[in-house]
Design a protein around this ligand. Structure first.
Ligand SMILES: Nc1nc2c(ncn2[C@@H]2O[C@H](COP(=O)(O)OP(=O)(O)OP(=O)(O)O)[C@@H](O)[C@H]2O)c(=O)[nH]1
Ligand SMILES: [Mg+2]
Length: 280
């Protein structure tokens, strides 16, 4: 397959590309020439100062070498603009880099089916602030809500917009208000996060119809998702934006923050502090 390429003397060919999938055992890279290649990491690849279970993440720009035997190895990672991590629950000393080089993180939440807690939302937003990645909220499943649930969804939208976050009320099944969300995501690289079963993959299928992401019924008994998506993957939106699907999360660690620092990353707390000191 590589016969017609201009190989170096050691029978290797160097290319650059974007990591679009991370399965844990290999990485899929979309090269700058548009080719999709599955790669391994060369040797013990560790990045200074980040104790993570995955040294390379979706969204990373990398250099890879192709050998004449067909194997592809990532041997260099380009400097990141930013990245966002979550603590892996059973390996508390280590964190998992969810994605790198992001323009936006969108937290998909549901008032019910399953319920997303406001504590979870606030922790997520604080983490995004800490990593200096802009965030927005997407309240999904509006087609399923009772009058009370719809009123609660509207109140949530009002609350978080007041704090300063864009909020979209959508239905990934009916497509209601999805065009407005798509417009907001255009030309951005966006990470979609949220609890399992809130509809991240369904939403991606609606936003990027060619992606054909696997989705699943949520368990009615537990009203919880079953972790259908098990690895992060990046999809191309029509207009050159990218959207990243991630496995549903139960908790969201506040990595690299000391307990007494956490308050600094809540916008509401900041604005209260500023008001107190007369700076707003
Ligand atoms: N009624 C309704 N159901 C939805 C909507 N969006 C998603 N669902 C359903 O919710 C279930 C879970 O959707 P997924 O897209 O697999 O959820 P996910 O967030 O990707 O879940 P994980 O991959 O486990 O993190 C599926 O049965 C979807 O059909 C919606 O807007 N309305
Ligand atoms: Mg999913």
């Amino acid at each position: 397959m590589w016969d017609d390429r201009n190989f170096l003397s050691e029978q290797k060919f160097i290319m650059q590309g974007l990591v679009v999938k991370n399965t844990g055992s290999w990485y899929t890279v979309r090269t700058d020439e548009g080719e999709i290649i599955d790669c391994k990491i060369k040797g013990n690849f560790r990045i200074k100062d980040i104790r993570s279970t995955n040294p390379i993440a979706v969204g990373d720009r990398v250099k890879l070498t192709l050998s004449t035997d067909g194997t592809a190895m990532i041997h260099e990672i380009c400097t990141r603009k930013n990245y966002i991590v979550r603590r892996s629950s059973n390996l508390s000393k280590y964190s998992q880099i969810l994605a790198a080089n992001l323009d936006l993180v969108a937290l998909v939440i549901t008032v019910n089916y399953p319920e997303t807690s406001t504590v979870f939302i606030d922790r997520f937003l604080a983490t995004a602030e800490a990593y200096q990645v802009p965030a927005c909220l997407v309240i999904n499943k509006t087609d399923r809500y009772s009058d009370d649930e719809s009123a609660f969804a509207a109140a949530l939208k009002n609350l978080y917009e007041t704090i300063g976050y864009p909020v979209f009320l959508v239905s990934a099944i009916t497509g209601d208000s999805v065009p407005e969300l798509k417009e907001y995501l255009s030309h951005k690289t966006t990470l979609l996060s949220g609890n399992s079963g809130v509809g991240k993959s369904t939403l991606i299928n609606m936003l990027a119809p060619n992606s054909d992401v696997r989705t699943n019924e949520i368990s009615e008994y537990h009203n919880k998702g079953m972790h259908t998506t098990t690895f992060s993957e990046m999809f191309l939106l029509d207009d050159e934006g990218f959207i990243i699907d991630t496995p549903g999360i139960k908790g969201f660690g506040t990595i690299d923050m000391q307990g007494n620092e956490v308050g600094h990353f809540f916008r509401e707390t900041l604005s209260k502090l500023f008001k107190y000191y007369g700076r707003l």
